[in-house]
Design a protein around this ligand. Structure first.
Ligand SMILES: [Zn+2]
Length: 307
């Protein structure tokens, strides 16, 4: 399973438009609430949770005093009959250290937290973080500039002035592993740490298909000409709201050069080298991304294929 995918929740979207049901679940003592402070999810202390670390899903009421008046409380879905919510407690000064949560756990950035908790809890972090982030950045109507109001338990905002509706955004990004014979193409982004190489990636543009975006990005970033493009898998990537669309692309040749704008260096990795890197071995100072990134799974799927 690719981290951030595989949510255990039934999103029960038909319940979002029933404010009485949402309010009763919000107060129901069997419901669970995940506080996020400045986009960092709450994790339980090991002494409370045991190992591995567990996501800080709390009983209703515990964190309410930390949330500001209009702080989003978002219905994430149902696990069985248990309703799960995310609550933005960013208004609190240091809720990990003082107040009702002190001693229970701590807030941690979403990327680190997702690598600490179980795979199903990582998926809950993806949904909660992306939605709260969207509300924090969309308080005003992009059409007329008036303040907007949250609706549908967090899945819509409306503008009371011009009646425009706004929905949580998901930004599609293609991430592709170009292959040629027994080698795959990886690049080192200008901001990457030394030795780190990954699959190339870029935003899908308006009016473009996934296959066209894959071809364009490989040409722009690495001057690689591509024949077939095949879909692999997608991954929610809540930084802030991307959907990573993983693909393989068969290169027509090994001609490649970095654009030197986004990509500093490109190289063809032989399958044998890719396998060693995935096993954590050092090969000529090279590294590939860890399992939290879909790039890791693209490289692994290709490297372990029977060829
Ligand atoms: Zn408006």
């Amino acid at each position: 399973m690719i981290p951030f995918a595989g949510s255990p929740l039934n999103r029960a979207s038909e319940k979002r438009t029933d404010p009485d049901w949402i309010e009763s679940k919000r107060r129901d003592l069997s419901s669970l609430i995940l506080p996020l402070w400045r986009l960092e999810p709450f994790l339980l202390e090991p002494k409370t949770a045991g190992a591995p670390i567990e996501l800080g899903l709390l009983r209703p009421g515990l964190a309410d005093a930390l949330a500001g008046t209009d702080a989003p409380c978002i219905f994430l879905g149902l696990e069985g009959d248990t309703a799960v919510f995310a609550l933005d407690v960013s208004a609190a000064a240091a809720p990990g250290n003082v107040g009702p949560l002190a001693g229970l756990g701590y807030f941690r950035d979403a990327r680190t937290a997702a690598q600490t908790v179980s795979i199903k809890h990582a998926a809950i972090i993806a949904q909660a973080k992306a939605l709260i982030d969207w509300h924090q950045r969309h308080g005003f109507c992009p059409r007329c500039g008036a303040p907007t109001t949250m609706m549908d338990a967090g899945y819509r905002r409306i503008c009371p002035k011009c009646n425009a509706e706004h929905f949580p955004r998901v930004d599609p990004v293609v991430i592709m592993l170009a292959t040629h014979g027994d080698a795959c193409l990886v690049g080192r982004g200008k901001q990457f740490p030394s030795g780190m190489f990954s699959a190339l990636a870029g935003f899908v543009e308006p009016g473009e298909t996934i296959e066209e975006a894959v071809r364009r990005e490989l040409m722009e970033e690495a001057s690689v000409k591509v024949a077939e493009v095949t879909y692999y898998a997608t991954q929610p990537w809540p930084f802030p709201s991307s959907l990573m669309i993983g693909c393989f692309a068969r290169a027509e040749s090994r001609d490649a050069k970095p654009d030197e704008i986004e990509i500093a260096e490109v190289r063809w990795l032989e399958r044998r080298v890719a396998r060693e890197l995935l096993e954590g071995k050092q090969v000529a100072g090279l590294r590939v991304p860890p399992p939290i990134a879909i790039a890791h799974h693209l490289i692994k799927t290709w490297a372990l294929a029977d060829k």
